[in-house]
Design a binder for this molecule. Structure first.
Ligand SMILES: *Cc1c(COP(=O)(O)O)cnc(C)c1O
Length: 426
């Protein structure tokens, strides 16, 4: 008999999980415990010395969280995952493994507003510097490379502007520079795009959004692509130098193609501490079981809404890569052929005031700062998520005064369109 590799939908339901060995429970139990009993002194010593895998304390690992880690790693085609308290925590831990003060990240300037803040201000306080590059001018990534560059960071589909980044082209630049390409794949999810197939070395997620999908839990995941040589040129000492607190073991030597995930866990999560609650891991796992069904509906609804908006008299422009005339349509066909996601922006001819008016008039849509819920969501970035940015940064991030961002839910598309129709008239 030939072994079949399970398909995406099967992995979304089964990867990482098995009936509970003690009780037979079919759904993954919530292991709501802070700590785990050792078999004996030797067992404890081997766990603390990283000579054996096992549970010690939920800040470092938990069996419910482990299922989430394995599941998302399997869906992304990576070697291992690490679940943490939020998408932003995933970013901090991923860069913490790579950066020392004075080092540089080359980052796309089209990023989620929260990430622009995190990189511009908090990372600066760590001594981590950011060189901004423009995904519409791929060579700007290459021009940003210096001897201090430690990583390149992009989003696959950038929030909020509906920008599709040419992952393969950026990965070639990263490879040539000898640094990993880190891709935030939150808006696409592995259902639409698997960045590792296009040369990404690390994939990050805010699982809060479409992966969890129900707007009920914050969480983040780091996926190790298993592709990067961390020992080359001694650029990544956390991975390639002996660790004093673990009897001098070298993480890359000991853990090979999943050393990055281990490093983020046993140094980053251990010391910085943003652990995910097992209860949230359970809710996020439940969401992932229906990822394919939800994501396809999200995309089909979003395309219908984008088409409807494009012919509306009060709408100046719609930025949805799935529309045939869109600037990113060719890249969308390559990177997200099943659909361009459900988050996109459009511009109102009436500018700032029309944006404020629209978010005040909607009834089915919820006016809030989130994306990737089953429910349709709306926000006017200039007056909310992006208000802390300068006017120039707002425009650069695709959040000018006339811009409205939608996250299209999985309700009936006729109801979604009817709500926008009445709100635009109001
Ligand atoms: C929301 C979001 C984040 C941050 O995730 P949290 O779970 O809110 O910390 C990072 N990147 C993108 C693209 C996001 O949409």
């Amino acid at each position: 008999m030939t072994e079949r590799n399970p398909g995406f939908n099967t992995l979304a339901i089964h990867a990482g999980a098995q009936p509970d060995p003690t009780t037979g429970a079919r759904a993954t139990p919530i292991y709501q415990t802070t700590s785990f009993v050792f078999d004996d002194v030797d067992h404890a010593a081997s766990l603390f010395g990283l000579q054996a895998f096992g549970n010690i304390y939920t800040r470092i690992g938990n069996p419910t969280n482990a299922v989430l880690e394995e599941r998302i790693a399997a869906l992304e085609g990576g070697t291992a995952g690490l679940a943490v308290a939020s998408g932003h925590a995933a970013q901090v831990l991923a860069f913490h493994a790579l950066m020392t003060p004075g080092d540089e990240i080359i980052a796309s300037k089209k990023l989620y507003g929260g990430s622009i803040n995190q990189l511009s201000h908090s990372f600066k306080n760590f001594g981590w510097n950011v060189v901004w590059a423009d995904p519409d001018d791929i060579s700007s990534f290459e021009r940003g490379v210096t001897p201090k560059t430690k990583a390149i960071f992009i989003e696959s589909i950038a929030n909020p502007g509906g920008v599709i980044v040419d992952i393969e082209a950026v990965s070639k630049i990263a490879r040539k520079a000898g640094v990993p390409l880190i891709v935030d794949n939150t808006l696409a999810t592995p259902y639409l795009c698997k960045p590792i197939d296009f040369g990404a070395d690390v994939v990050l997620h805010s699982v809060t959004k479409f992966l969890g999908g129900h707007g009920n839990s914050i969480g983040g995941v780091i996926v190790d692509g298993g592709t990067f040589n961390w020992s080359r040129e001694g650029r990544y000492p956390m991975l390639s130098e002996p660790r004093p607190e673990y009897q001098g073991i070298v993480l890359h030597e000991t853990f090979g193609n999943f050393a990055f995930a281990i490093c983020c866990r046993v140094l980053g999560l251990r010391d910085l501490g943003p652990a995910l609650s097992p209860f949230n891991a359970f809710l996020l796992l439940t969401g992932i079981e229906t990822l394919s069904l939800r994501m396809q509906r999200h995309c089909d609804n979003a395309l219908a809404v984008a088409q409807w908006l494009s012919s509306h008299k009060d709408v100046a422009w719609v930025s949805y890569p799935g529309l045939p005339g869109d600037k990113y349509n060719a890249l969308a066909k390559k990177y997200v052929p099943k659909g361009s996601g459900a988050v996109f922006t459009f511009g109102l001819k009436g500018g700032y005031d029309a944006g404020v008016n629209l978010v005040s008039n909607v009834k089915l849509f919820s006016h809030l700062a989130n994306i990737g819920d089953t429910r349709s969501l709306i926000i006017h970035p200039a007056s909310t998520t992006h208000r802390q940015l300068s006017d120039a940064q707002k425009v650069q991030a695709g959040a000018g005064p006339d811009v409205v961002r939608l996250s299209i839910g999985i309700e009936d598309k006729e109801d979604i369109i009817a709500d926008l129709d009445q709100a635009l008239k109001g």
